[in-house]
Every structure is written in structure tokens, then in C-alpha cells.
Design a protein around this ligand. Structure first.
Ligand code: DQA
Length: 144
């Protein structure tokens, strides 16, 4: 049974073709398989999904608290304005690691503010697809 849920937010289904100079060449299938491989090495199993829909992400966060030990989430554009996702993260007790491929603090002003960070267990931003792997290391030490 998977014990870590990985959530990819809006437009991340376009990775590998979308703004490659910022987000890199790898597509979501490749990134998910890297995450799966790393997770297995650490003795965890991940379930990953992508959604462009804020409500679906909120529902999955609520449900995850029953079935998973931790969440790794790249909320993508919702990072900057979704109070609903923030409230869902704040409502659950399992650790939630916020991840970004790009360094949001080095980008446009509107991206420099995350409204999720204050309720996340921690944030990893700016290491490309490696950010997800670093998040797994963090999860590993948090749920050991
Ligand atoms: C992102 C950064 C966000 O500002 C942006 O809207 C994304 C991806 C990242 O992974 O760097 O879609 O979360």
C-alpha cells in the first residue's frame, strides 16, 4: 500500500513541453518514475496524481489524512492564491511538504509569496525535479 501521496497541481501535466528553460526537459511520467524509484529505495511507496482542479486537490488532501503518512505537493499556481488548499493542508495532521521545481523566490513578485508555506511542514524550491526527491528525504525523516 502506498504511504506517501504526491500531488501535482495545475499545468504540471505539460512538463517537458512547457517553459522548459524554467521547468526542465523531463515530463511528468519521467518525474513520477524518478520519485517512485527513490521512494522504493527508502522503503516507501508513492501514489501520484495531477489535477488542474482546485476542488479535486482539496478533496484528495482531506482524504489523504486517512490513507497516507505524508503528502508531497507542488500546488503550482495555486501556491500563490488558493486559500482553500491552504485550509485543507492546515486541517490535516500528517506532514505536508511543499515543493517547487523553480526557485519561486527568484522569480516574478507574484510568485514570491506562497500562502501554503505557513501551514506546510517545510518547503523545497528551486532544484528542478530533484526537489521532489529531496522532499522524499524529508518525509523519510519525518515519518520514521
Ligand atoms: C511552480 C511555480 C509556480 O509559480 C508555477 O505557477 C508553477 C510551477 C514550480 O514548480 O516551480 O506552475 O510551482
Amino acid at each position: 500500500m502506498a504511504n506517501v501521496l504526491v500531488i501535482h497541481g495545475p499545468n504540471l501535466n505539460l512538463l517537458g513541453e512547457r517553459e522548459k528553460e524554467i521547468y526542465g526537459e523531463a515530463d511528468l511520467v519521467q518525474i513520477n518514475s524518478e520519485i517512485k524509484k527513490k521512494a522504493l529505495g527508502l522503503g516507501h511507496q508513492i501514489e501520484a496524481f495531477q489535477s488542474n482542479d482546485e476542488g479535486e486537490i482539496v478533496t484528495q488532501i482531506q482524504k489523504a489524512a486517512e490513507n497516507y503518512k505524508a503528502i508531497i505537493i507542488n500546488p503550482a499556481a495555486f501556491t500563490h492564491y488558493s486559500i482553500a488548499i491552504r485550509d485543507a493542508v492546515a486541517a490535516i495532521k500528517i506532514p505536508v511538504i511543499e515543493v517547487h521545481l523553480s526557485n519561486i523566490y527568484a522569480r516574478e513578485e507574484f510568485r514570491q509569496k506562497s500562502i501554503i508555506s505557513a501551514v506546510a511542514s517545510g518547503v523545497i524550491s528551486g532544484f528542478g525535479s530533484q526537489s521532489y526527491l529531496l522532499a522524499l528525504e524529508a518525509v523519510n525523516s519525518l515519518i520514521e
